[in-house]
Design a protein around this ligand. Sequence first.
Ligand code: FBP
Length: 551
Amino acid sequence: MTISALQKARAQYQPKLPKSLKGAVKLVDGAATESVADQAEIKELFPNTYGMPLITLEEGSEAANLPAVNVGVILSGGQAPGGHNVISGIFDGIKKLNADSKLYGFLGGPGGLVDHDYMEITAEYLEGYRNTGGFDIIGSGRTKLEEEAQYDKGLEVLKKLDIKALVIIGGDDSNTNACVLAEYYAAKDAGVQVIGCPKTIDGDLKNEMIETSFGFDTAVKVYAELIGNIQRDANSAKKYWHFIKLMGRSASHIGLEAALQTQPNITLISEEVAEKKQTLGEIVDYMAGIVAQRAANGDNFGVALIPEGLVEFVPEMKALIAELNDLLAEGSDAEKEFKIIQKSHRLEWVAGKLSADASAVFQSLPPTIATQLTLDRDPHGNVQVSLIETEKLLGEMVKAKLDDMKAAGEFKGKFGTQYHFFGYEGRCAAPSNFDADYCYSLGYTASVLIGAGKTGYMSSVRNTTAPADEWIAGGVPVTMMMNMEKRHGHMKPVIQKALVELDGAPFKYLAANRDAWAIGTEYLYPGPIQYWGPTEVCDLTTVTLKLEKEG
Ligand code: FBP
């Protein structure tokens, strides 16, 4: 197979591990834990995995001499740079426990476990994937593991392969399901441990113990490079406003971090829109106001960042989406009826089923956007925000507003738009040094937790703004991150999603600087990810983490 020069050189990279994982490792139990909310309900639902202690891994004196262990691994959900290194870390870790240990990968995501579709990941096979982006080593998928029949079917293949532990690499929903599986196998005394690893470019699986989800660092660096390039183009041609939608689902972490790295003219943060209960009209007024002010200075160009989940946070849209989610919940009678109605009549049919307020909002939307809101939910019941062209919706509305302002003599400039959506461009990028090291450490930590017989834990690596040597590895009980939320119309235990905190340092930095960035042209151009060179260019992680650490 031919590989690029960069791939060849990058294959030689040895990811850094925290000092505590380099030799013999000792597990130190911390305090018992409680879930972040709804303690009584979660405790009742997870009698075997609730309340377990936090675990910290420290340098030990005795090398583990454990029997060989067979481990299974699953990649779940959207791709995130570094997944291959998590698998490399697990592989090297379990081989260190005992050279006869084996790693099996379930193919195409959680569905591979249920369908008994798997392969053994050998040293030779793994070699070509170390330090590369993508999830193609075993593939990923969005099948959700949530039925007992699936768990039992999975158990058959785990028993057949003598697999004692399963590592599920996924986001908040997949780790929630991993925890349910851990509880189920523990209750059954099935002899299978389940460990989770925090993955998602969205950055919304984070808390006190999980500083960041892997892939966020690399993905945002890719988007920031592209935004910087577009800013240069905008500032050179001086004739376009670029409306850039950024992935991230509900959370605006990607948009916020990209803004901190590039200093664009406008950055919308969904969480702020929700807090201020801003209507679409108010958002449009804010954007049009900046366009007009820049135009008054002769700058008929600019860059606006729009988080992909924005529409879910605009109160009138949020209420509409909640009604649509209930109406079109998978398997409901209404959903079945909706699917057989002729496409040309669907919008009218939906409008007729909604409350008067929601129906009015629905009917005020351009038909393309209204249709996008009715598309299939993802397997977890969420509206697929990546399919909604919010950037175009806002662009058209800003244009209409500027036309009115022009008629009133309040706008004398020009407004030409270009639209972009960045998401897939960054999800499989070759992991930055940070993600390469972080992911390898997360995988290696998972192997230590497996060796110690733990289940229902998520692999955790903290202190990540310090050099890798000083990172703190350990395990966090997944139940600790849970609360009860409404899904598919029912209350379910789920890992609490971490949205952008408006009293957090990263948002405050944006808020303190955005007026200057709006009118001045103070763009930053981060350039491409560097893998070799000075530490401050190659090894540092996100501005978000830096500001959060500094408080
Ligand atoms: P997860 O990591 O949560 O699975 O999702 C990442 C993500 O890239 C989101 O930012 C985006 O909304 C979604 O996946 C797109 O899904 P798909 O890959 O199915 O198009």
